[in-house]
Structures are given as structure tokens and as C-alpha cells.
Design a protein around this ligand. Structure first.
Ligand SMILES: Cc1ncc(COP(=O)(O)O)c(C=O)c1O
Length: 457
């Protein structure tokens, strides 16, 4: 099959069996039950496997020409080509949709790909994106540099806890709001409901990056968000072995709405499309139009595919998510409280601490824990941070987070090195700041390692 035939004029639909197999559809089942059962049905090409197998097939045979035509026209369900859907990635999609409480999910090759796919499904040249100022640096660069080259404008909201600050920066052309539920690296908690309220009053969706919280700690769709994205490379996969990303779409957003001037807010969804033979994505798919368009028209075209092998690794990780998150959060909170009292430490940013500006929001949104990423600022500045990192034994020095192993990085000289000093200060990245991602090792061992490194610093 050529790439040309894999992106047909009409609509190839992957098989989408019921979102949850009976066992996980039962409301009485909890998160941990769902994380090992939801979406486990492998669909018509499965053979009763208990674990979704790795389908390493680029495409899928058609039984006959009529079936081929019907799959391309969208009249028949079935897999066509793995750039669009694959049984292994579809199983993961069903599971992640269930865990986030979403209607649809689309997995892609990385967190960056998930953010790009989610937002390019909403934005076009001339549109405006309003994003929190407290973001992963990769997202910031994507918005302010790459999206700018597509003619998409962006503003960053400095005080993301203040709904009025969001409202002030809205424009008639704003088509999406974007924020992290738990910010990287400062562990600030988003008031999801308040920001969703601002977005909806303007008729646009709120997209939330839920990477650091995971659905075990927070399900943004339940608080009013419309789309959730993740870097699955972090806590979802959990073992530092695979890159992946996911876009989860909620229910109830009116994708066909018009703006005050009577123009459709999302013409790519509500206007007739040549690809669909003159119908629109909204006509064909109703409430599911955004997800279908993102899959077939954005991801399938730009091509950021998640390999079935990586989907399998992410799925394996997800099956222990709640157990790992509980341990990550418990240890991170204990270490944050201890570090805050240590004489070599100037400041600790973790929402579990009463000193955190996010503490009240954490009590409301994160009853199971405030995540495992914290920013620790040492009194001795950059030289102390270098000595500290050099003396750590259990913490791996690398730019990653959400691994079972504990990790450390010095943001000012790495992730945030290209920012001005003033910007770094605003982001809470001081010369002496190190970012810790607390793993699942015994907390006593982690504390001993940190104590030794603080002595050296
Ligand atoms: C909050 C957040 N979102 C997105 C990403 C990007 O994910 P990936 O590295 O899988 O592309 C990261 C990476 O660190 C992140 O921390």
C-alpha cells in the first residue's frame, strides 16, 4: 500500500469496538481495575489474547474489493493502514480514554506530537492560542516559534491562577486555551474548572496537558476541560523505555458553534470538506467530529505514528500506574517536607507543602497526591547545584521525568538555558534550582542520597 492510498479521499474508519469490555464498563470498578482491564478486547483481529498483542503490520488485508471500498468509504469498520489505526494502538486508546473518562483517544509518537495534533486540529493561520506561562519548555517553543511560522499567534498568561488574567488576553480570534494541570517544573496546580469556565464563555475548548498528574491523580475532563493530552513517555509508560503521546477527547463541546459575527469557529470541522465528498466532519460524526478529524486529517497527514511496540510498552506501564503513582507521591511529599527544612535549601516547590501557592488547589484537585516532580532551590546557587548533582548516586542525571528511577536535572543550564534570566526567574528557575523526579525506590535510600549530596553542595 502506498502512502497515497493510505490517505484516501473518503474516510477510512478503524474498528472501534465498545470503549470498555463489560468488566470495566461497570461503574463499581475502580481506577486500578480499569487500568488492567479497560479496552482489553482486541477486536475482530484478536484471538482471545488476554494481553493486547503487538501487531507489527504496516497495513491490513482486505477480504475482497467490496470490503476495501467499504472500509475506505467509512461504511465498514476495519483496519486499513497503521498510520491511521492499528489493533495494538487501538487497545491502548480504549484504555486511556477509559482512564481519563473520555469519549475518544488517539495515540501518537510522543507528547510533543500529542500537543501538536490536538492544537493543529483546532488552529489555523490567523487564529490565536492562549496558553499558561507555566509550561514545559518544548510546548512553549512549539507555540512561540513553530506555530508562529504557521501564522498562529500565541499569548502566555503569567498569573494562570487568576481567571481574570486569562479573560484579559482573550481575542476574537482565540480558538483554544492550553495549560498544564500540574506544571513542569514548579508543580503548580491549575484551577481547571475556572479556566474551563473562561474558555467556554468564549466558545472555545480548554486543552489540558495532564502529563505530570496522570488520570490517577486528576481527570481534567471531569472538571470541565475538553481535550487532555499526555506525554505517555513519562508516568503512563513509567519505566523510561518508550516515547508516546495521547490525545483524549471529552464529551459535550459544541464544535459546530459560530462566533459573534456568525462565522463558524471551527470551519475545518463544520464546513463541507472535499475529502468527505462535500460533507463536513460535524455532519458525519457529530460530537465525535474533532476526534475523527484529528485522527484522519491531522495525525494521519502529519504522520507522528506510535509504533505498536511502543504502544505495548505504554500499555504495560499503564497497568501499574496507580500503584506507582501512590508510591511516587508519598515519597515526593515526604522528601519535599524534609528538604524544605534543610539548612542548605532555600526553597522547595511542591503543592503538598503549605508554603506552596498551589496548596489549596492541590487539596481540591489532587486528593491522592501532588505528583512526583519538585523544584528544589539550593542556597549556594549554580555551583552548589553542580556539586549536589555530581554527588548524587541513586538519582540519574538526565532530562526526563516520571520514571520508576529517581531523576535530577539543572534547568537553568539545560532545559531553560536559552531563556533570559528574567524569564527564568519568572518560571521559578533560579541558578540554584534543581528539578527532581522522585522514583519508586525506598524513600529512606533516596533521603540518604539527597542528604549526602546536600552535604557535598
Ligand atoms: C508536561 C510535558 N508535556 C509534554 C512533554 C513532551 O513529551 P515527549 O517528550 O513525550 O514529546 C513533556 C516532556 O518532558 C512534558 O514534561
Amino acid at each position: 500500500m502506498t502512502a497515497q492510498t493510505a490517505t484516501p479521499r473518503s474516510l477510512p474508519r478503524p474498528t472501534q469496538p465498545a470503549l470498555l469490555p463489560p468488566v470495566a464498563r461497570e461503574a463499581r470498578y475502580g481506577f486500578t481495575t480499569q487500568q488492567v482491564h479497560a479496552g482489553a478486547d482486541t477486536g475482530p483481529v484478536g484471538h482471545g489474547d488476554r494481553v493486547a498483542p503487538i501487531h507489527v503490520s504496516a497495513g491490513f488485508r482486505f477480504e475482497d474489493p467490496d470490503t476495501a471500498a467499504a472500509r475506505f468509504s467509512g461504511e465498514a469498520d476495519g483496519f486499513v493502514y497503521s498510520r491511521i489505526a492499528n489493533p495494538t494502538t487501538a487497545a491502548l486508546e480504549r484504555r486511556l480514554a477509559a482512564l481519563e473518562g473520555g469519549a475518544d483517544a488517539l495515540v501518537v509518537g510522543s507528547g510533543q506530537a500529542a500537543i501538536t495534533t490536538a492544537l493543529l486540529g483546532l488552529l489555523q493561520s490567523g487564529d490565536h492560542l492562549l496558553a499558561s506561562d507555566h509550561l514545559y519548555e518544548g510546548s512553549r517553543g512549539l507555540f512561540s516559534e513553530n506555530f508562529a511560522r504557521f501564522g498562529i499567534e500565541v499569548d502566555f498568561v503569567e498569573d494562570h491562577a487568576d481567571p481574570a488574567a486569562w479573560r484579559r488576553l482573550l481575542r476574537p480570534t482565540t480558538r483554544a486555551l492550553f495549560a498544564e494541570s500540574l506544571s513542569n517544573p514548579r508543580n503548580e496546580v491549575l484551577d481547571v474548572a475556572a479556566v474551563a469556565g473562561v474558555a467556554h464563555a468564549h466558545g472555545v475548548p480548554l486543552v489540558v496537558d495532564n502529563t505530570l498528574a496522570t488520570p490517577y491523580l486528576l481527570r481534567p475532563l471531569e472538571h470541565g476541560a475538553d481535550v487532555v493530552v499526555h506525554s505517555a513517555s513519562k508516568f503512563l509508560s513509567g519505566h523510561g523505555t518508550a516515547l508516546g503521546g495521547v490525545v483524549v477527547v471529552g464529551r459535550g463541546f459544541d464544535w459546530g458553534a459560530h462566533d459573534d459575527g456568525g462565522a463558524p469557529r471551527f470551519p475545518q470541522l463544520s464546513e463541507p470538506s472535499a475529502v468527505l465528498g462535500g460533507r463536513s466532519w460535524a455532519d458525519l460524526h457529530g460530537e465525535r467530529c474533532y476526534a475523527e478529524h484529528a485522527r484522519h486529517h491531522v495525525a494521519a497527514r502529519f504522520g507522528p505514528v506510535l509504533s505498536p511496540f511502543n504502544a505495548f510498552l505504554v500499555q504495560q506501564g499503564v497497568e501499574t500506574l496507580s500503584l506507582r503513582m501512590a508510591q511516587h507521591c508519598r515519597s515526593a511529599a515526604l522528601l519535599a517536607a524534609w528538604l524544605e527544612r534543610h539548612p542548605a535549601v532555600e526553597r522547595v516547590d511542591h503543592a503538598s507543602l503549605a508554603s506552596s501557592p498551589s496548596h489549596q488547589r492541590a487539596r481540591r484537585y489532587l486528593p491522592r497526591g501532588s505528583g512526583a516532580v519538585l523544584a528544589v532551590t539550593l542556597r549556594g546557587g549554580a555551583p552548589a547545584a553542580r556539586r549536589f548533582i555530581g554527588a548524587l548516586e541513586l538519582f540519574s542525571h538526565m532530562t526526563h521525568l516520571g520514571d520508576v528511577r529517581s531523576l535530577v536535572v539543572h534547568p537553568a543550564s539545560t532545559t531553560h538555558a536559552h531563556r533570559t534570566e528574567a524569564e527564568r526567574e519568572r518560571a521559578g528557575v533560579h541558578p540554584g534550582t534543581v528539578r527532581l523526579s522522585v522514583g519508586i525506590e525506598d524513600v529512606e535510600d533516596l533521603q540518604a542520597d539527597l542528604r549526602r549530596a546536600l552535604d557535598a553542595a
